[in-house]
Design a protein around this ligand. Structure first.
Ligand code: ZN
Length: 595
């Protein structure tokens, strides 16, 4: 038995103090902290947040020596050994640890040293009741199994081994919560951070949503309880999946107001995030690539299948909103149109396949830079399109569906606890559909050409139109009534106090041809000051083919560029149902979208 004690040592310094106690250590007992956290494919080297480390054996101090990036060695211990670390925690993301006077949160990867050779031992964790008055109203939320806890949840927890221990993030704060049941299994929604919302409504919508997920994979779900650990912030969006919980960060403005009857886009965004992370409970937490069984947390683990885990999950995240009747088919198609738009606005889709994007996740998707849009494609968004194309191809050309593939993946790999080999997804699709899908996977997964989505969608009574973006904020998959052409500078930018800071200069676009760089801060176009809110209004008065002076700072040097404006690419996607399609087409659409 390994025993950890977690103390909220200093809220103002953001220090956790964590003790790891073992019996019968070896002569040179090593302890290590993971370099990365499963679900987020970047070497984060959590050990860099350790402020101090000390070791005691049978009451006396012994030496601790750091022997590699995240590993320490204790020599000269007798019958028992305790290692205590102080950890600095001020990372508000879902991947780190955080502690201040308002809130404590951690992932075990940040706090729990793993004693070498003992990672399969059962574990107990004592969460000490904080003494600070600011924590008086704090409670604990986690999917870790309680063994002996007080009414606020502080006390003793247990896990079967180290792998489970670090897969249960812990929230400690004055959060609000709502309990609900899905397939008879207790679920809890927790929201930390200031917010005002209709918790009961969210719980009711999540019940509907989660029931649809459980229906897809089969009852009962593979956990005894589930916890959505949410943090409401001003701006932010992301999540991290775990075996019986997920950590979510989202804008408080995305949450529904009290008494709000409809389901606006921002609330759809929140539900879509919950849906995505919940789907992962099966797909990637249990159906896993071979390379993640087990996770080797001191090095990168490469797989060409990230698109299977993130792309298919991204396809289902919105499809499950439709299946659970939270949104209708028009709203679903509009969400799908936005996903398509993200891909068609990435020139990098023509350079990088999703197989390569998956393999290079560690150095490319997780290390975005100015040229990413030109050179790479996300295995999330393009992966979702491939999942869509695969689902439609199976439905059109065989009796199979992607649901069946997912169901078999679950039975053969997830439920059986067997890692998926690199070629097994493709083989399974061929087996279930009885189709030769080699050319499909060559194009969609290993290739960089666009998928024949318009053609596929037509067979399902859905039209796909491409139009120009109507301004910088036009991300929607909605039709536009505006007919005049939109002009384009060929840049992605963000707001800057002085104007617009270029984040990306699109390959072959007007700004690139004029010699502009990422990082340039545009302050004027045609001699007039430019900010985000007036850009579209300025551009609409100019003509395609016209050359305009763009004034920008490069560092502290003021420069002027002659930019020849062109019409924007038709890369905004709009999906709509076709009215009165042929019977066979309508049947297919009903089977796919329900209407
Ligand atoms: Zn994901």
């Amino acid at each position: 038995m390994i025993r950890y004690t977690v103390r909220l040592a200093d809220l103002n310094r953001h220090h956790f103090e964590v003790l790891c106690h073992i019996e019968n250590p070896v002569a040179e007992q090593r302890f290590s902290l993971p370099s990365w956290i499963p679900g987020s494919y970047l070497l984060r080297e959590f050990a860099r947040h350790i402020v101090s480390i000390r070791a005691k054996s049978d009451g006396r101090e012994i030496d601790v020596e750091k022997v590699s990036k995240g590993t320490w060695c204790c020599r000269g211990a007798n019958s028992s050994l305790s290692v205590t670390i102080e950890v600095y925690a001020l990372d508000r993301s879902v991947r780190g640890a955080y502690l201040d006077g308002q809130r404590g949160y951690f992932n075990g990867t940040c706090l729990f040293l793993c004693p070498e050779g003992l990672d399969q031992q059962p574990v107990e964790v004592l969460l000490e009741t904080p003494g600070d008055l600011r924590c008086e109203s704090w409670r604990v939320a986690t999917a870790m199994v309680p063994k002996d806890v007080d009414q606020n949840g502080f006390g003793l927890y247990r896990a079967e081994n180290y792998d489970e221990l670090i897969d249960h993030p812990v929230e400690m704060s004055d959060f609000s919560d709502a309990a609900f049941k899905v397939a008879g299994v207790p679920h809890l929604l927790v929201i930390a951070g200031r917010h005002r919302t209709d918790l009961e409504r969210i719980a009711s919508d999540l019940t509907q949503l989660c029931e649809a997920h459980v229906d897809l994979f089969g009852r009962p779900p593979p956990f005894d309880s589930y916890c959505f650990l949410g943090l409401a912030v001003g701006e932010g969006y992301g999540g991290l999946e775990h075996r019986a919980s997920s950590s979510l960060i989202f804008s408080r403005d995305d949450l529904p107001k009290l008494g709000q009857p409809d389901i606006p886009l921002d609330y759809q965004r929140f539900l879509s995030l919950c849906s995505h992370e919940y789907f992962h409970t099966w797909n990637v937490k249990r159906i896993k690539p071979k390379t993640f069984t087990p996770y080797l947390l001191d090095r990168r683990a490469h797989t060409r299948l990230m698109w299977v885990f993130e792309g298919i999950t991204s396809y289902y995240q919105d499809l499950m909103l439709l299946r659970s009747d939270l949104i209708g088919s028009d709203a679903y198609l509009s969400r799908l149109g936005r996903m398509l738009t993200r891909v068609y606005r990435s020139p990098g889709r023509l350079k990088q396949s999703i197989s390569d994007s998956s393999f290079d996740a560690w150095d490319r998707l997780y290390k975005p830079e100015a040229n990413s849009t030109n050179a790479t494609i996300s295995y999330y968004s393009k992966g979702a399109l491939v999942a869509l194309a695969l689902d439609l191809t199976l439905r059109k050309d065989s009796k199979a569906t992607l649901d069946q593939v997912i169901g078999e993946l679950w039975k053969r790999f997830g439920e059986a606890g067997i890692g998926l080999e690199e070629d097994e997804f493709e083989a399974l699709c061929q087996e279930i559909s009885d189709l030769d899908l080699t050319s499909f996977f060559d194009l969609a997964v290993r290739g960089t050409k666009d998928l024949p989505l318009a053609e596929l969608l037509t067979a399902f009574g859905v039209s796909l139109e491409f139009r120009q973006a109507k301004g910088p904020n036009d991300t929607s998959g909605l039709p536009s009534s505006k007919s005049e052409p939109s002009l384009d500078l060929g840049v992605r930018f963000r707001r800057h106090p002085a104007g617009l800071e270029l984040m990306t200069v699109v390959d072959g676009g007007p700004a690139e041809r004029a010699g502009m760089n990422p990082g340039d801060v545009v302050i004027a176009i045609g001699g007039l000051r430019i900010v985000e809110s007036n850009l579209a209004k300025r551009l609409v008065r100019l003509e395609s083919g016209e050359t305009v002076a763009v004034t920008a700072f490069r560092g502290d040097e003021l420069m002027e560029f002659s930019v020849m404006l062109v019409e924007g690419d038709r890369n905004t996607c709009v999906l709509e149902t076709v009215q009165k399609p042929k019977t066979a087409v309508l049947e297919r659409r009903k089977a796919w979208l329900g209407s």
